[in-house]
Structures are given as structure tokens and as C-alpha cells.
Design a protein around this ligand. Structure first.
Ligand code: FAD
Ligand code: NAP
Length: 342
């Protein structure tokens, strides 16, 4: 296992932030992971997957451990479901395409999300009405201090909206090694969300299939979202805030066109992108499309902050704080960061 010293992390985070790691290594299995942890007992450790949900604001004066655990295999099946285990280092979108190839249904709405399989449970990734928890069976994780493996079932992960126990209570304590998914042999389609139905019609799809849904999602995403290979970004910077029904009614009375979605428990989810679109750095200006040096707010997606080249993590963080403050000032709604700040 190779250990590199003082390397730039620019190729390893989709924001393209140029900070250094004192030590960097990619582990292929739990034995290599254990060896790494033993070799650097008192060093700060940062686990990295695809680096697509992290903003690096400083050098990592410690060890960056990139998850390189690969492999996809069926562990069991019954009439309805196939249970598929994937290594945490598998790229998420390749895994989705593999499932579609095998006619295993459930992850098609989650096509084209960057990053690794192992980070997917971290924030219970979600898109177009499907969340990781809907297809999750269990995961294996390595406890960094105890150096032992644990198995987490659905309830143990405490999945919530872009949340899990690994992002809160157990933050930085576990390395996810493998995730097992419960996928359907007969699909149950989710097409009620956003623009999927419209896109399927545009594509002239006569017969619904998991491949058609995946193609539709890929087409929508490619047209709306900046490609990190071209413009540095980490997707949505903030979560969509959830407010009480009473707060939602007050907001609706003041801002007639506000975008809100009623939740099953009576609360309301607000579209953070809409809130940001209606705020700006100064009176009469808008954040959407705003640029300050190489840090900016994407012209098509106000929820996505971008690095046009040489922005630092601190510059992007400072911009995000000003955006959040302007949303509080105008709407009295606090935005919470979705991206992990290091
Ligand atoms: P990283 O950025 O490498 O890591 C994220 C966090 O998880 C870090 O704190 C890291 O320490 C930790 N971590 C990583 N791997 C492990 C592991 N194996 N064990 C323990 N901890 C680990 N997200 C969505 O939910 N829905 C979307 O639709 C979506 N669209 C996106 C579109 C774009 C263009 C981009 C750039 C991002 C998007 N994201 C989306 C965010 C991101 O892709 C996901 O959150 C993804 O799961 C992050 O995976 P990663 O491997 O890149 O994680
Ligand atoms: P969109 O379709 O323009 O919708 C804006 C927001 O409204 C979304 O964030 C979505 O919330 C919500 N929404 C739309 N239709 C809804 C419905 N029928 N019921 C409940 N909520 C609804 O969104 P977009 O920005 O193009 O993104 C499309 C999907 O991809 C969304 O699910 C979004 O979360 C996901 N995405 C995530 C990231 C990320 O980094 N996390 C980046 C890009 C896209 P939800 O976000 O709660 O779904």
C-alpha cells in the first residue's frame, strides 16, 4: 500500500480546492485500513470517497484515507428481492448502471449522483423522490478506535432527510466498508417527481422501464447541473429547510409564489434554491449568477456554489455564510449546510 506525503487534494475533491494532505493513501480492504490506522495512531484521519460532498477550507495536517474497496456481489435472493453488496469504494453511478443492466430495480432515480457507494448512507442520498433508505438493507463499518467491524441495519442508521447516524452521533468514528441493497426483481416506478414525467414524454418513451427512468434522470441532471469535471462544485450546498405549517402559512401570505411542499407530518419543505434566488448581496442584486473572484453561485442553480478555478474553501465558506444571512434577513429561515465542511 502506497503512502504519499504532502500531496495536493485538488484532484480528490469535486470543488477542486487546492489544499494539501500531509499523508495520503488509498486502502483496498479492511486489513489495509487497519494497517494504516496502526501506522498513524495519533494522526488526524479524514476518510474520503469521491470528494463530492466536502468543502476543504484548510490543509489536512494528518492522514487522508481514500476508500478503494471494490466489488459487487449478490448475497441472497428470494422471489421478490435481490440483496446486493457493493464495496464502499465503488463509484455510485457505475453501481446504478450495473443494477440497471441486471434488471435490479430501486436505484434508477438516483442515477448520475457523483461519489462513492460508501458515502451514500452518510447523508442518505436522495433525488427525484427516492432516498438511499428505500433500498437499504445493511452496511458493514469499521470502528476506527476499536478496530472492529460492526453491522448496521436500517433502524441503526437513523436515516433522515440528508442525515444519518454517521453524519451526527458517530461522525468520524466509523469507516463504511460495504453496503448491502435490497433491490426489486419487479420494478415499482417513482415518476411523480419534478420533471421526470415530462422528460419521459420528450424522449418518446412508450413503455416505462428502469432504464428509461435512469435515462430521463441523466438527461435532466446533465441539462441543469454543472459538471464538476468542468466547474468545481459539490451539488446542493444547503439542505431544503423544513418549517412548521404555521410558519409556511405566514411565508405564503408574504411571498405568494414561494415554493413549498407539504410533508406527511404536516410540516412544509421549502425549496432552498428559490429562497436564495430571491436574495442578493445588495439591494436590487441577486446571488444567482453572482461571482466574486473565482467563487460564485451557479447561474442556473442558485443552490449550487461553484469554484471557477482558484477559489479557496474559505472564500466559498464566507460566500455561503453571506447567502445564508441574507435568507434569514428576508425570510427569517435558517439554511443548514448539506456539504461537509473540513
Ligand atoms: P465524500 O465527499 O468523499 O465524503 C462525504 C463525507 O462522507 C465526508 O465527511 C467523508 O469523510 C465521509 N465519508 C466518505 N466515505 C466514507 C466512508 N466510506 N465511511 C465513512 N465516512 C465516509 N447528493 C444527493 O444526496 N443527491 C443528489 O442528487 C446529489 N447530486 C449531486 C450533484 C453534483 C453535481 C454533485 C457534485 C454532488 C451531488 N450530491 C448529491 C452530493 C454528493 O454527490 C453525495 O452526497 C455523495 O454521496 C458523496 O459521496 P462522496 O464519495 O463523494 O463523499
Ligand atoms: P427541482 O426539481 O427544481 O425542485 C426543487 C426542489 O423542490 C428540490 O430540491 C426538491 O426537494 C423539491 N421538490 C420538487 N418536486 C417535488 C415533489 N414533487 N415533492 C416534494 N419535493 C419536491 O430540483 P433540482 O434542483 O433540479 O433537483 C432534482 C432532484 O435532484 C432533487 O430531488 C434534488 O434533491 C436532487 N439533487 C440533489 C443535489 C445535492 O447535492 N443534494 C444536487 C442536485 C440535485 P428535494 O431536494 O428534497 O428532493
Amino acid at each position: 500500500m502506497q503512502i504519499q506525503e504532502n500531496i495536493s487534494l485538488k484532484p480528490y475533491n469535486t470543488f477542486g480546492i487546492d489544499v494539501n494532505a500531509r499523508y495520503y493513501s488509498c486502502f483496498k480492504d479492511s486489513t489495509e485500513l487497519s494497517e494504516l490506522l496502526t501506522a498513524y495512531p495519533r494522526t488526524y484521519r479524514l476518510v474520503l470517497g469521491g470528494g463530492s460532498n466536502i468543502l476543504l477550507t484548510r490543509h489536512v495536517d494528518g492522514l487522508v484515507m481514500k476508500n478503494g474497496i471494490k466489488g459487487i456481489r449478490v448475497v441472497k435472493e428470494d422471489e421478490e428481492f435481490v440483496y446486493v453488496q457493493a464495496g464502499a469504494g465503488e463509484p455510485w453511478h457505475s453501481f446504478v448502471l450495473y443494477c440497471i443492466e441486471q434488471q435490479w430495480a430501486g436505484v434508477e432515480n438516483l442515477s448520475l449522483i457523483p461519489g462513492s457507494v460508501g458515502a451514500a448512507p452518510m447523508q442518505n442520498i436522495g433525488a427525484y423522490g427516492v432516498e438511499l433508505k428505500d433500498v437499504f438493507h445493511e452496511l458493514k463499518a469499521f470502528h476506527i478506535e476499536e478496530k472492529t467491524n460492526y453491522t448496521f441495519g436500517l433502524k441503526d442508521c437513523c436515516f433522515g432527510y440528508r442525515e444519518s447516524v454517521f453524519k451526527s452521533k458517530y461522525r468520524d468514528q466509523f469507516v463504511i466498508l460495504h453496503v448491502t441493497f435490497k433491490l426489486r426483481k419487479k420494478p415499482a416506478y417513482t415518476i411523480s417527481y419534478g420533471a421526470i414525467e415530462e422528460q419521459l414524454q420528450k424522449m418518446g418513451v412508450q413503455e416505462l422501464s428502469i432504464r428509461a427512468i435512469s435515462d430521463a434522470v441523466i438527461a435532466i441532471r446533465s441539462s441543469k447541473l454543472p459538471d464538476p469535471a468542468v466547474t468545481g462544485n459539490a451539488g446542493s450546498f444547503f439542505k431544503n429547510p423544513v418549517v412548521t405549517a404555521a410558519q409556511a402559512a405566514q411565508l405564503k401570505a408574504r411571498f405568494e409564489n414561494i415554493v413549498l411542499y407539504q410533508q406527511a407530518d404536516g410540516s412544509c419543505k421549502l425549496a432552498a434554491g428559490w429562497l436564495i434566488e430571491h436574495c442578493g448581496p445588495a439591494v436590487g442584486t441577486r446571488w444567482k449568477g453572482y461571482r466574486e473572484g473565482d467563487a460564485g453561485c451557479h447561474p442556473q442553480q442558485a443552490l449550487v456554489l461553484v469554484n471557477y478555478g482558484t477559489a479557496t474553501g474559505q472564500q466559498l465558506l464566507s460566500l455561503s455564510d453571506r447567502i445564508a444571512a441574507s435568507v434569514v434577513e428576508k425570510f427569517d429561515v435558517q439554511l443548514e449546510k448539506e456539504v461537509n465542511i473540513f
